[in-house]
Design a protein around this ligand. Structure first.
Ligand SMILES: Cc1cc2nc3c(=O)[nH]c(=O)nc-3n(C[C@H](O)[C@H](O)[C@H](O)COP(=O)(O)O)c2cc1C
Length: 307
């Protein structure tokens, strides 16, 4: 639908803005008496690397408007896929949105929520009047990225890309493997011949989601899946292999070990397809630009995932 400026319908405008996919954040601060405040916002945007700046847009009708536009400090908590309930809690009226929330105070006196995908601890750099909203520009004083897959928001609904792709994969003869990456290292394990392999398991009726959860419990309980990195058939065994790129907050593996891919040659892997996939990962992780492979165990295509 085309809308002329003179006759813009706010509802339809909001729907059109909703065509832009975003993540979901909770913006937090504390009052002088120590009471934590927060609201859900998807208008977050990164702004500048040097100096490190970000912004969030707050409605002037919000009961939090006065506080957030004058307090001088705030944090952005980027929600992880499993934190949909937190998003709803911080968008609904409540006397204490933090009642059942795990949080701690940052160095800049802002509540940081537990298990988020990333947080940014800010001082307020500028407040810019912008129609019925104000843009609060924050100077990032500290930040942390845990790497959990983020919660998505699109056309008024939440989406969970990593979880959904894991849930839809099921069936016989499907093997799921986890590329649990930490900086330039990947969690690998060894077979009886001392060859390296990825944590992997054949999935049962419950699907890839459960198979991944089992792998994390066995190798690195704090790991989480980000996206499918490769999907291929072995045309000889007729097995299908799905590899998820996953991240972990630390290198504390229960089983296996985090190994730098620079230190392993292709012959040291149990499986040639895994060796070539991890060689691709080694190169792509340097550029921070990943693709997804699909095809069979020896030939296929890589499609860019993020560019
Ligand atoms: C997914 C989602 C995104 C939102 N994004 C924003 C936003 O960017 N800015 C804003 O002011 N309100 C946003 N809201 C609405 C506020 O969270 C909500 O209206 C507000 O917290 C209402 O309570 P308050 O008056 O106590 O602030 C969003 C709500 C949801 C569910």
């Amino acid at each position: 639908m085309t809308q002329e400026t003179a006759s813009i319908n706010p509802r339809e405008l909001r729907d059109a803005f909703g065509a832009f996919m975003t993540g979901v954040t909770i913006v937090t601060t504390v009052l002088a008496d120590g009471k934590p405040l927060g609201f859900t916002a998807n208008s977050f945007s990164s702004v500048s690397l040097d100096p490190a700046l970000l912004l969030v847009s707050i409605a002037k009708t919000s009961s939090n408007y006065q506080t957030f536009s004058t307090q001088g400090h705030f944090a952005i908590n980027i929600l992880a896929e499993n934190q949909k309930d937190l998003s709803n809690t911080f968008a609904r009226p409540s006397d204490d949105r933090f009642a059942d929330v795990d949080w701690q105070l940052s160095a800049n006196k802002n509540p940081l929520i537990g298990e988020v995908s990333a947080w940014f601890d800010c001082t307020t750099h500028a407040v810019i009047d912008a129609g019925d909203h104000a843009l609060i520009v924050g100077k990032v004083e500290a930040f942390h990225s845990a790497g959990y897959a983020g919660l998505g928001y699109y056309r008024g609904g939440y989406f969970t890309p990593a979880k959904v792709s894991a849930e839809v994969i099921a069936g016989p003869k499907v093997v799921v493997s986890a590329i649990i990456a930490r900086d330039d290292k990947v969690l690998l394990t060894r077979d009886a011949d001392n060859k390296w392999l990825l944590p992997s398991t054949e999935i049962g009726k419950e699907g890839a989601d459960k198979a991944l959860a089992d792998l994390f419990a066995r190798y690195q309980p704090d790991a989480s899946a980000s996206f499918i990195y490769a999907a291929y058939n072995n045309t000889e065994t007729h097995y299908q292999y799905i590899s998820f790129l996953c991240s972990a907050p630390d290198e504390a593996a229960i089983a296996g070990e985090f190994v730098s891919l620079d230190e392993i040659g292709p012959n040291q892997f149990e499986d040639a397809a895994v060796a070539s996939m991890l060689e691709r990962y080694r190169k792509e992780s340097q550029l921070k630009s990943y693709g997804m492979y699909y095809g069979d165990h020896s030939q296929g295509t890589v499609r860019p995932l993020l560019s």
